[in-house]
Design a protein around this ligand. Structure first.
Ligand code: NAD
Ligand code: 3PG
Length: 525
């Protein structure tokens, strides 16, 4: 039975789902060293934001197939290291969107009405009505940095509070911003005009210290900043100075440069609200993310695809439905062309044709690369690491798309250059879903792939097919099917044979000695 390690606390419903297919060990609060010690025995790891999955942990996880983040941010996981090792990393992109957005809104309203301080004061037996005069958010400018899932929900709710939304997100279209009733602006204007600024971006090299001394200098002195995205997007030292000096009015932070928050002057400031990374901590969100991620881990352990892997091309259920039959086709074609080209390939041209000539079909390119590398890497190559492995081996992958349909609604054409020259194959699916090789080195054929295949390039002349048949028969090799493809009568031709048995040693060189045979290749699929 597979084994799953759950290293942060998740909703029990997640453990229940995992238990359908695996032995589940919930061990929270482990140190990195403790995880490295035990991880070799696990097939999957499930966590939240407290566990840091370092390169060392990934490398020690020799059996790991999948790492599941019960939440959105995967910045606590060394994803490149996992990708290199062929480990799928999945998350729950939407499970806690509403929870995080509502937390940011709660922070904004708490800041504007001094609710935490007022609460403390009443509990201390005081009645300080004049000390806690607030500001309204109605008709105020809210600057939303990052108009993704959470930012959009914050903007929508804030609009209904009567706020004007200024949004900055270089990856969002004006149409989308218009739809949300937001005005897209540059950062300079957002900083200058906002009464509240709320951050909803991932932590990247560009967003690191996005709010710092220089940017704070551009803000209104009355501004209040809310960060429920990631620690480090605000330079904490610069923020503390601005809060202490009254350069800005307040801040509400759910995330910190170091978590848990260590010794910090932030704790001493009255114009700051601090919560311990609670954005996703609602019952609904925790059930949502636990189910979402546990189901994906269960599926992957059962050999099924994951629906929101962050390190393999994302497939929506619709796209997956359409592509599923073609993934096997692309992989088989990749495997075939790599053997024809001699294994050590330096380039692979992938042409997606007919109905496959869309952007959604990108996973087919990955499947073709996986097939191409499968002879060399066997089970070490998968959909996660295929592209990276190809790059590291210096294989140039060129993708093209040609929407004009040929005999089949969709087909895949591959051309590889390797130690045995340049070879190409085209494959398509019959209406029954069966794979057909429809073209070999530009010669039209129509054969199903089989475990053992023989291909020849020969001169089209009487008797040559009989000679090959007789030769195979004399070595007790049974032919399952045979096809010849040619362009002109008595010109060059190809022969494709599906064999029931592997070709015995020495037979291939006998075949190449038959007069008229120019080249012969055996392929094992
Ligand atoms: N506090 C919590 O508990 C909590 C909970 C959930 C999510 N989060 C964090 O909230 C953030 C937003 O999550 P989401 O689900 O909305 O993600 P998302 O991917 O839907 O949205 C992020 C948006 O940021 C934009 N963006 C990227 N780089 C940018 C840049 N340099 N400048 C401006 N915009 C940029 C993207 O275009 C995208 O629209 C993430 O950092 C996530 O980890 C925190
Ligand atoms: O990225 C996320 O999903 C949030 O930061 C939530 O983190 P948590 O699962 O540790 O609460």
């Amino acid at each position: 039975m597979a084994k799953v390690l759950v290293s942060d606390s998740i909703d029990p419903v997640g453990v229940e789902i995992l238990s359908q297919v695996a032995q589940v060990d919930v061990k929270t609060g482990l140190s990195a060293e403790e995880i490295i010690q035990i991880i070799p025995e696990y097939d999957a790891l499930m966590l939240r934001s407290s566990t840091r999955v370092t390169k060392e942990i990934v490398e020690a996880g020799s059996k790991l197939q999948i790492i599941g983040r019960a939440g959105v941010g995967v910045d606590n996981i060394d994803v490149p290291a996992a990708t290199r090792q062929g480990i799928i990393v999945v998350n729950s992109p939407e499970g806690n969107t509403i929870a995080a957005a509502e937390h940011a809104l709660a922070m904004m309203l708490s800041l504007s009405r001094h609710i935490p301080n007022a609460n403390q004061s009443v509990k201390a037996n005081k009645w300080e009505r004049n000390r806690f005069i607030g500001t309204e958010v109605y008709k105020k400018n809210l600057g939303v940095v990052g108009l993704g899932k959470i930012g959009s929900h914050v903007a929508t709710v804030a609009r209904s509070l009567g706020m004007k939304i200024l949004a900055y997100d270089p990856f969002i279209s004006k149409e989308r911003a218009d739809q949300l009733g937001c005005t897209l602006v540059d950062l300079e204007l957002l900083f200058a005009e906002s009464d509240f600024i709320t951050l909803h971006v991932p932590k990247t090299a560009e967003t690191q210290h996005l709010i710092g001394r220089e940017t704070i200098a551009k803000m209104k002195p009355t501004v209040r900043i809310i960060n429920c995205s990631r620690g480090g997007i605000i330079d904490e030292l610069a923020l503390i100075e601005a809060l202490e000096s009254g350069r800005i009015a307040g801040a509400a932070l759910d995330v910190f440069e170091q978590e848990p928050l260590g010794e910090s002057r932030l704790r001493e400031l009255s114009n700051v609200i601090l919560t311990p990374h609670l954005g996703a901590s609602t019952t609904e969100a925790q059930v949502g993310v636990a189910v979402d991620v546990a189901e994906q881990i269960r599926d992957v352990l059962l050999g099924l695809p994951a629906r929101s892997a962050v390190n393999i091309p994302g497939l929506t259920p619709d796209v997956m439905e359409k592509l599923r039959p073609y993934l096997q086709l692309a992989e088989t074609m990749g495997n075939l062309v790599s053997q024809l080209a001699g294994g050590r390939c330096d380039s692979l041209n992938v042409r997606l044709q007919g109905e496959l000539a869309t952007k959604d079909s990108q996973p087919l390119v990955v499947a073709a690369i996986k097939g191409l590398l499968s002879q060399a890497l066997r089970e070490r190559v998968n959909y996660v690491n295929a592209a990276i492995e190809a790059k590291e081996r210096g294989i140039r992958v060129i993708e093209t798309r040609d929407a004009s349909t040929r005999d089949y609604s969709g087909s895949i054409h591959l051309e590889a250059n390797g130690s045995m020259g340049t070879h190409s194959v085209t494959g398509a699916l019959l209406s029954t879903g069966e794979i057909r090789i429809t073209d070999l080195d530009e010669f039209p054929i129509n054969v199903p792939p089989s475990n053992h295949m023989l291909f020849t390039l020969h001169q089209d002349m009487p008797g040559i097919i009989g000679k090959i048949g007789a030769l195979l028969g004399s070595f007790n090799v049974n032919i399952a099917s045979m096809q010849v493809g040619r362009k002109i009568i008595r010109g060059d031709a190809v022969m494709a044979l599906s064999l029931d048995d592997p070709l015995p040693e020495g037979l291939l060189s006998e075949i190449t000695k038959v007069p008229g045979i120019r080249d012969a290749y055996t392929v094992k699929l």
